[in-house]
Design a protein around this ligand. Sequence first.
Ligand code: GCO
Length: 497
Amino acid sequence: MDQLDRTVPEGRLVARRTVLEMGCGLVGLGLLAACADDDRATLPGPTPTTWTAPAEPLRFPEGFVWGSATSAFQVEGSTTADGRGVSIWDTFAAQPGRIDDGSTGDPAADQYRRWESDLDLMVDLGLQAYRFSVAWPRVVPAGSGEVNQKGIDHYRRLVDGLLDRGLHPAITLYHWDLPQPLQDAGGWAVRDTVDRFAEYAAVMFEALRDVDATWLTINEPKTTAMVGYAGTEHAPAIGDLDAGLAAVHHQLLAHGKAVEAFRAVGGQGSIGIALNLMPVYGAPGAEAAASRLDAAENRLYLDPLLRGEYPDEAIGSAAGQLNADRAAFDALVLPGDLAAISAPCDLLAVQYYGVAGIDKNGTWLEVFPPSPASWQQVHAEGLYEMLVRLTDDYADLPPLIISENGIPDPDAQGQIEDPQREEFLRTHLQQAARAVAEGVDLRQYYAWSFLDNFEWARGMTQRWGIVHVDYETQRRTPKASAQWYSGVVKANAVAPV
Ligand code: GCO
């Protein structure tokens, strides 16, 4: 597997807000202040490699699974129906100024009521799988204690609907909608939430123990920890980096305890965690800073999960590190925690959007042109690099799936003709196929997202769906990229154009 030159020429600064949105957390607060506000330029990025896609279609292995993904808070709506409790995102979205367009989780894309026609649309598009998340506040409204059978019944119907249509269920247990009472007690910054999550997970494993599903415990612990606890861009908007690091450990431990519960229930299916991973490129002389930022962005999650140890260089005051209290973080890690976190899983879900650049002072650089999501520096080859790196670096790596990969429309109105999304998906799938041809064990791919939906702090203004949603009528219209994706699924291959 070829090694790539990851150095970049001297770059210019990335806007401060972009850094926060990237979910990197507060990398040395003082360094953020050093970022010039509007001094942005696109660097040529790392030395281009010589690889070009072949003229013939690139095939995926027999049995490869093709799907699309959403999450409960982003698509369901019906936030007060059938006993659902309040989540931290209901609280956050209700606070003036938090969401760009003032929208909330209701009606979103109204899928709580429209799920049957959405599943029919997936069949029409020839999709084979659907990744959705269970809203914890529907199942355990207070976060602990009484279980809400109406909540369980909804997801039973959804799963049965998938199975009846021959669609594979990929079920995320936590996609950011923490029950508010648990946050009132400290949320992911406190250890008690670990056991509450394991109890909730066991309820769902029991309820669906007959289903051969792909289970994902926690979606992007990094984003929750760094953007919601270290930062204030996401719920619960704590703004304390030490709380963010505590949220890292407690979410990883919660994942491990959920895996234990899954094994104890003895259900069908497979289980893993979903990590958003980001290749990091250093400007000349910034190799050490790039390595430290890679530790903060990637190895802080990969190493405990796959090696049973935290990386040494993620936390500290040097360029690229998370400028938190290392002793306080170490004190959170109790005997047995790392063994639980690194319990063998059946898969690792990779969520890939783009890359990051850094200079020797720790300032984030723009090394590739961003998508309409300013934090997303688009570089398809970075997906190949990350997949190969995982395979090279982690001896006991389980099979991989790509549980999110996508790009937003250029504007809030959205479009049916979305050539940029077809280009994004094609180039990224070519790189994934390239990695598979070099021995990477990749089993499933989920385009983000099936529907235009509530894009967190961007509200309804950023559209990531392969299917357009008219929010006035809730009418669904497949975009051109959905039709193109149908062809990829049918051929189990990605053609050059
Ligand atoms: C994430 C989340 C998704 C986002 C998507 C686009 O990866 O941040 O899992 O909920 O909507 O990534 O930002």
